[in-house]
Design a protein around this ligand. Sequence first.
Ligand code: SF4
Length: 65
Amino acid sequence: MNKLEIDWTRCDGHGLCAGLVPDDILLDEWGFPVLRGREITAGELSDARRAVLACPALALRLNNR
Ligand code: SF4
């Protein structure tokens, strides 16, 4: 099951990720990401991987546990 995870020791609240995968990540009022916690479907994997690569703080990860 593929899911996005955030390393809170790294996230700086750039908010880039929410723009790339809006169905999976919202932003809170301070611009920090809120994961919806849903499974990333096969059709969404490429967008999720793009968001992981775009995170300037290397805080976003894709796990398949
Ligand atoms: S792009 Fe990275 S640093 Fe920015 S809010 Fe998303 S997870 Fe945090």
